[in-house]
Design a protein around this ligand. Sequence first.
Ligand code: MIC
Ligand code: SF4
Length: 638
Amino acid sequence: MGKNVVQKILSSHLVSGKLKADEEIAISIDQTLTQDATGTMAYLQFEAMSIPRVKTKLSVSYVDHNMLQTGFENFDDHLFLQSIAKKYGIYFSKPGNGICHQVHLERFGVPGETLLGSDSHTPTCGGLGMLAIGVGGLDVAIAMAGGPFYITMPKVVLVKLTGALQPWVTAKDVILELLRRLTVKGGVGKVFEYGGEGSKTLTVTERATITNMGAELGALTSIFPSDTQTKRYLKMQGRENVWKPLKADASAKYDEVIEIDLSVLEPLIARPHSPDNVCKVSEIKGIKVQQVCIGSCTNSSYHDLMVSAAMLKGRKVHPDVSLTISPGSRQVLEMIAKNGALTDMIAAGARVIEAACGPCIGMGQAPASGGVSVRSFNRNFEGRSGTSDAQVYLVSPETAIATAINGVISDPREFGAPIAITYPKCFIIDDSMIIPPSEKTEEVTIIRGQNIKPLPKKEPLPDTLKGDVLLKVGNNITTDHIMPAGAKVLPLRSNIPAISEFVFEKVDKEFVKRTKEKGGGFLIGGANYGQGSSREHAALAPMYLGVKAVIAKSFARIHRANLVNFGILPLTFENENDYDLFDQGDALELPDIKNELKSKGKLMVRNVTKNKEIKVMHTFTPREIDILCAGGLLNYQA
Ligand code: MIC
Ligand code: SF4
């Protein structure tokens, strides 16, 4: 039987299991990437495994998140990351070289290979025909140590694109359309494989915008075939030698098919506070705006910035708007500096900031109180911008710039004649900010500043889990709710005791105090608990505080895996209405837990306060049960 692209890559990397829906499979990993905010933990974990050098074909450590150096913390982390990379065979992309996903696409991605990254937007490289998956740092550490990656065989959805995009309608509008149709839960357990005649019209960076933001669907990953567009892009990057064709066989089968006619799409916008709260720009145009931001790993490519510059050329940013531009990479920044596009942006009144995540993760540029901010980014969760009552909208760069010029949300189709961007034959290629590892490992000393604190440890699972419900939350709780980011908290990623003081800070200010007083306990969640980022700190810090299990209606994939990795039990209600049988403060007990886990998929939770027994479910594989019983993946591996 013919294979689709996903099946082709999975079968060429299969280590164990069968490619059958819902079966656990293990695949080998060719490349890994980390960024600084998740990387410090990943490398501490790698170090704890006592492996002399990474076993992957390629591992790269990026610095792109923690770039505001308002204290010693971030620079301490950079030095630690650079020295540990040098010692263990990892390439180090210096701060200023760009956002991990954009740089990886430009300089390292290889069609047909597998990539595991400790950031949820790792699927960006799916735009190049790579199977690229976002995970927690510990899973990356294990891949660097040569271990396979375990997943439940996903469903493969064909997104069949037909037609071609109309002027001013962009790749961002394609992924916003999917979010509109499927919601932030719509991709759970699925891989989106793009195909159809329409996919051939999209360039690699346009494809990367789509696969990047596929993360917001909750998907395992998204991927495009590798074709002449891919070859052209790799050639411009001086890497044509890594190109190979990759497409689905004519008789390939899919679990589901979704059709999108590109020619009927219109500019779309995600309203506050969720990437799936999508409507047409034309329906809400006219809303007054104070801030516009261009950038992030979704929309900061050469094409995105050239279009932005062309729209700004000879015009001025509206007097009431602050426009920021953060290029995705130093390559892009250097190119627009050289060809004059940067001058057009500066002349128009844009504030150009460095090539990094920046405002996307609340590292500066927080909007005014109650302010409206229109961004070319991928997430608009409440408070993520750094201002809790800000109204953040997500759009294409085209819609964003039209908005910046007019001062109100604007439909780019009313802007004027369409703009065509021509690409140079070759991008500027200068990898001097990517530092190769040392050959003389023994001579490298790891630099550990005061911000680098040892990994916390967890005891094996006891016979009975006991404790109170510490907090009950609703649906779609994000990791930004559980473990906030931003300029104040992000610098503490390598210091678990310090960062754990901020757990659920924006949801319940008393959470940490209460949890400490009670010596830990349980969390009750709604549907899609833990959506968003891959940050394992959203599991690690609660573990440090003594959280033992989370009982929810359903979990987001990466967060569920992170909970298991750190020995916290993710359990689901057998009957969703049982959510109502729990309140904050209830005393709970899960007796004989180890045997119960091993004997069946259902467990009994005793709500001592309400004198009720409630059935909860688990979907753990035998391997996951062993990990949980050992008190987490690090103990299990040891
Ligand atoms: C994000 O966009 O939320 C981040 C910051 O890139 C995270 C990773 C992190 O929290 O460090 C992600 O998407 O995984
Ligand atoms: Fe960085 Fe934002 Fe992309 Fe996360 S989503 S990697 S914070 S640019």
